[in-house]
Each structure stands twice: as C-alpha cells, then as structure tokens.
Design a protein around this ligand. Structure first.
Ligand SMILES: Nc1ncnc2c1ncn2[C@@H]1O[C@H](COP(=O)(O)OP(=O)(O)OP(=O)(O)O)[C@@H](O)[C@H]1O
Length: 120
C-alpha cells in the first residue's frame, strides 16, 4: 500500500515535470542550456567536483524556475485582476530565477573558461 502510494506520488511528480517542460518556454530554454552544458562538459572532460558544481547549479536554475512558474499559476488563480501585491510576489519570484541564472553564468565561466584556455 505504502509502495503503491509512493509510486503514484512519483507519477504525479513526473506529470509535473512533463507539464512544465511542454508548456513553459523559459523552462524549455533552461533544458536546452542544460543539454548544451552537459555536452560540452563531456567534451572537455570535467572532473567529479566540477560535475557536482555544474549539476547543483543546473538544479538551482530548474528548481527556481519551477517554483516561480507555480507561484505565477497560484497568483493567476487567486487574483486574476491587476493588483500591486501580485506584481510584488511575481516580481520577487522572477528575481529568484534571475539570481539563479546569474549564478549559473558565473559558475559556467569559472569552470569552462580555464578549461578551454588549457586546451588551446
Ligand atoms: N495580476 C497582476 N497584477 C499586477 N502585475 C502583474 C499581474 N500579473 C502579472 N503582472 C506583472 O507582469 C509580470 C509578468 O507576469 P506573468 O505572469 O506574465 O509572468 P511571466 O514571467 O511573463 O511568465 P509566463 O511567461 O510564464 O507567463 C510580473 O512579474 C508582474 O510584474
């Protein structure tokens, strides 16, 4: 019974991933960036520690985007009209994604640029 419930919970989580991947253009962009980063990571031959940092950074961006998207949906549901509180909440939520994206760019530069220079 417990196992079955866990399986169902996983299925809903998977449905959520499929939903955001098929409907949210920002998330699709993050997924494309993820594939590109992983591809170049394999080509360059990142170390285990570098892979761990890259994976954590990718996770940070994808997770903040998912939470941001969920917050937007909640706000559109509870307050479809224009409201300053909705603007505040959505802007702060989008700001979290921006911070994650900036961190990702900085981490990407710190890890990839020295490795590319090494290979030249
Ligand atoms: N109900 C609202 N009241 C006030 N401002 C809003 C409202 N809805 C959206 N906004 C403003 O518009 C911005 C964009 O909101 P929106 O919900 O369209 O998000 P988005 O980032 O364009 O996401 P998506 O592309 O998934 O629709 C918000 O950050 C906010 O500043």
């Amino acid at each position: 019974m417990k196992g079955k419930r866990r399986k169902i919970g996983f299925r809903y989580a998977w449905d959520g991933l499929k939903e955001i991947a098929s409907t949210e253009s920002n998330f699709q962009l993050h997924l494309i960036s993820t594939v590109i980063v992983i591809f170049f990571g394999i080509i360059i031959g990142l170390s285990n520690v570098e892979w761990a940092i890259i994976m954590l950074t990718i996770g940070l961006v994808l997770i903040t985007e998912m939470i941001n998207s969920s917050i937007e949906k909640v706000m559109d549901y509870v307050q479809p009209e224009i409201h300053p509180a909705v603007k505040h909440i959505k802007d702060v939520s989008a700001g979290a994604v921006l911070i994650a994206a900036i961190i990702a760019v900085v981490v990407g530069i710190m890890i990839f640029v020295p490795r590319i220079i090494e290979l030249m």
